[in-house]
Design a protein around this ligand. Structure first.
Ligand code: NAD
Length: 295
């Protein structure tokens, strides 16, 4: 058997087209959804992400602002930017790109963001709303993207045993929150595994749907996957490869080729979950604009 590909590129572009259509409807009613991204310092990877977010926003017909601040920005100055964006009626959603320079307390910045504009869904108010099943909560983009991949590929989560490896606040925990809700793309039985889990391979083999988000190159081997399971690989890892033009290549947390032989569906890396994140950020910005405008 060779697992079918869960094609993040195709699914993300379908979602972006849906968002653009809905944005056009809102614009014609007088509301242009606006997203701002704040970046502090010059981390090259963050600069690339931020540029892609701005471009995607414009392509969807949204208003986009990128606020670039020097690495020497103080916490008080960044808090003042957050206050300004909280009050700006053109901006329906915004995020502060992480990681922040060490002298800034990320927690304090996050807590200052108005939960109604927190399109990353990391504010504790949104985390709580998501966990109680409030549909107005913003869902963190990466796990929300995984759920959309499953839904749009017709993969049934209801009654399935979903095993998540990784318990981070941005992927593992919100993934569990989404999969356990009584909604489409939910109603799964969820197990979360982490670095202290006993006999992780045995737990992984119990999965109908295995979601892996740990940041360990090719950690999940064929022996850890039940034949017929759906395998979602969130990991993005650089590994040295002298044969590659850049001297490295990108691999996931799953050993793709051997696992594909037993899986029913599998996400490639790259071209899988990573492609979904920006599409879901746009969807959250559209949701924010709708919620704030009542349209
Ligand atoms: P993190 O470092 O915050 O958390 C990793 C989690 O994995 C921790 O909960 C830890 O307990 C668990 N873990 C680590 N080693 C383990 C082991 N040997 N066995 C079991 N559990 C283990 O990571 P994160 O931010 O959740 O990201 C995870 C991966 O997903 C990274 O490769 C990251 O680059 C990638 N990522 C991708 C996207 C995307 O858009 N596709 C978004 C976010 C993160």
């Amino acid at each position: 058997m060779s697992g079918r590909l869960l094609d993040g590129t195709a699914i993300a572009s379908a979602i972006r087209a849906d968002v653009a259509r809905d944005v056009a409807g809102l614009v014609s009613s007088g509301v242009t959804p606006g997203l701002a991204v704040v970046i502090v310092g010059d981390d090259p990877a963050s600069q690339v992400y931020v540029a892609s977010k701005g471009k995607a926003c414009l392509e969807a017909g949204m208003h986009s602002e990128t606020i670039r601040l020097p690495a020497t920005t103080t916490e008080a100055e960044l808090l003042a930017q957050v206050d300004r964006l909280n009050a700006d009626p053109k901006i329906h959603g915004f995020l502060v790109q992480l990681p922040l320079p060490k002298h800034i307390n990320s927690e304090r910045i996050l807590l200052r963001i108005d939960p109604a504009k927190d399109v990353d869904g990391f504010h504790p108010m949104n985390v709580g709303r998501l966990s109680v099943g409030d549909s107005t909560a913003f869902r963190p983009a990466t796990p929300f993207g995984v759920q959309q991949m499953l839904l749009r590929s017709g993969i049934e989560t209801k009654g399935a045993h979903a095993v998540i490896i990784g318990r981070s606040n941005i992927v593992g925990k919100p993934m569990a929150s989404l999969l356990v809700q009584d909604t489409p793309g939910g109603n799964a039985t969820v197990t979360i595994c982490h670095s202290r889990s006993r006999d992780l391979p045995a737990l992984a083999r119990m999965a109908d749907i295995l979601v892996v988000a740990i940041g360990r190159p090719e950690f999940v081997t064929r022996e850890m996957v039940r034949p017929g399971a759906v395998v979602v690989d969130v990991g993005i890892n650089r590994v040295v490869d002298p044969a590659a033009a850049k001297g490295y290549r990108i691999v996931g947390d799953v050993a793709f080729a051997p696992v594909r032989e037993v899986a029913s569906w599998i996400t490639p890396v790259p071209g899988g979950v990573g492609k979904m994140t920006i599409a879901m950020l746009l969807m959250n910005t559209l949701q924010a604009a709708r919620q704030q405008s009542g349209r």
